[in-house]
Design a protein around this ligand. Structure first.
Ligand SMILES: Cc1cc2nc3c(=O)[nH]c(=O)nc-3n(C[C@H](O)[C@H](O)[C@H](O)COP(=O)(O)OP(=O)(O)OC[C@H]3O[C@@H](n4cnc5c(N)ncnc54)[C@H](O)[C@@H]3O)c2cc1C
Length: 386
């Protein structure tokens, strides 16, 4: 059992602690190896995970109930992602994307658009967030995809790449240039169904910690004007505000990977015999364990500080979320690397849990804003007066 003492920190309410305990048992029952979908069939595994999350009520936390005006509880999202990541990276992915994909609708959608959330919350629809383009990864304001006004709708043309759930999503939230102004002020946000005419998967992308990922193409995709989230030109603001909320949850997933790495390492160093004792008796090993535990606790403090600040009513938590993401993902990589080192040869055996964690953590330092971008964000908020 991992260290759960953090649940008694003042960031949490009783219902958070109860949820963490309930999810732990759910994971033990549902996330065992030998799942009903073959591990190599990523699409089927993700669909099955989303269905089961929906069936058992977990997706209700990814978006507000369309009928009730309640905000997202970011501490709950973080607790769920941390717990799932500790058990299974793909489960964390499947859960997280329902939240991020639906995020702009949850935060900025009108009553009609929010009705779509009933399907993402029940697991009947899979969601995707389509912002990145080939020439405008970190430079988000430079997107080129266009949405041209045509009669009572818009026509979308262009490509998006690195789209998680690309190919299996039922709805895509897409950012496209409507041209009200150059750069960041000329982008709008649209809901596009996965079966829209003119939409296609141009290429499936294979990465070191695989999940459904694709480059997707829009060739004269027509959507009604009612598919626009917010007002024309508000797309950049919507993307950034959505990332503000979900960035802390990326940090929480990193924390989950790091906790698992430490748990595996503690087991290993206690049981591994050498030099007339246990590996754990060696002081250099104890030094590594201390550094891992310290990185984890410091990351957890930043993650739940950001989540608590948002839940306490802060309009934006840009600095807090950027600090949490930067620190938790970078330090989780360091923790996992130490775990691999202390497992010796077993640590680099394909399929070993710490080898998987070594691959699972890597992309988190790149997506939803690379670490360097987080530093720029933190510095800007400080220079602007904190
Ligand atoms: C596994 C995975 C899943 C993804 N899922 C999605 C998704 O669902 N939806 C979506 O829209 N996008 C998604 N992305 C895209 C992701 O957000 C981009 O990869 C990310 O924004 C970086 O863009 P890029 O890959 O073009 O790298 P680039 O923008 O070319 O950046 C390359 C590197 O340059 C450095 N760098 C960048 N900016 C600065 C700076 N200001 N100062 C100093 N150094 C800098 C960083 O080291 C960065 O990693 C995903 C990416 C991955 C890898």
């Amino acid at each position: 059992m991992p260290d759960q003492s953090f649940l008694h920190w003042p960031f949490f309410d009783e219902h958070h602690r109860a949820l963490a305990v309930g999810l732990e048992s759910w994971c033990a029952e549902n996330l065992c190896l030998g799942d009903d979908a073959a591990p190599h069939d990523l699409d089927a595994t993700c669909r099955s995970l989303v269905r089961r999350f929906g069936r058992d009520g977990w997706l209700a936390y990814t978006a507000p109930d369309p009928g009730v005006a309640a905000p997202l509880d970011v501490r709950t999202l973080c607790l769920i992602r941390e717990t799932l990541a500790r058990h299974d990276a793909l489960a964390d992915f499947a859960f997280a994307m329902q939240g991020l994909g639906a995020g702009p609708i949850s935060l900025f959608g009108n009553a009609e658009q929010r009705r779509a959330l009933a399907r993402t919350r029940s697991g009947d629809a899979i969601a995707a967030f389509a912002l990145t383009e080939q020439q405008s990864g970190s430079d988000v304001a430079n997107i080129a995809m266009t949405a041209r006004r045509d009669g009572n709708g818009y026509v979308l043309d262009g490509e998006k790449t690195w789209i998680s759930n690309g190919g299996i999503a039922d709805l895509y939230v897409v950012f496209a240039r409507t041209g009200e102004a150059p750069g960041a002020k000329g982008i709008s946000t649209f809901i596009v169904p996965g079966d829209a005419a003119g939409f296609s998967v141009a290429e499936r992308l294979d990465v070191i910690s695989p999940h459904p990922l694709a480059r997707v193409a829009f060739d004269h995709v027509r959507v009604p004007a009612s598919a626009m989230i917010g007002a024309p030109g508000e797309g950049f603001k919507i993307a950034m505000a959505t990332l503000d909320v979900f960035r802390a949850t990326v940090a929480a997933a990193a924390l989950g990977f790091a906790r698992r790495a430490l748990d595996e390492t503690l087991k290993r160093v206690r049981s591994r015999r050498m030099f007339d004792g246990a590996l754990a008796d060696l002081q250099l090993v104890q030094g590594a364990i201390a550094e891992m535990a310290l990185d984890i606790d410091a990351a957890a403090l930043l993650v739940y500080r950001a989540a608590w600040a948002k839940d306490s009513g802060a309009a934006r938590v840009t600095r807090e979320a950027a600090m949490a993401k930067l620190f938790a993902t970078e330090r989780a990589q360091r923790v996992v690397d130490k775990a691999v080192q202390l497992h010796g040869g077993d640590g680099v055996r394909r399929g070993h849990i710490v080898e998987r964690l070594y691959r699972d953590i890597r992309a988190l330092r790149i997506y939803e804003g690379a670490s360097e971008v987080q530093k720029v964000v933190i510095a800007r908020t400080m220079l602007a007066g904190g």
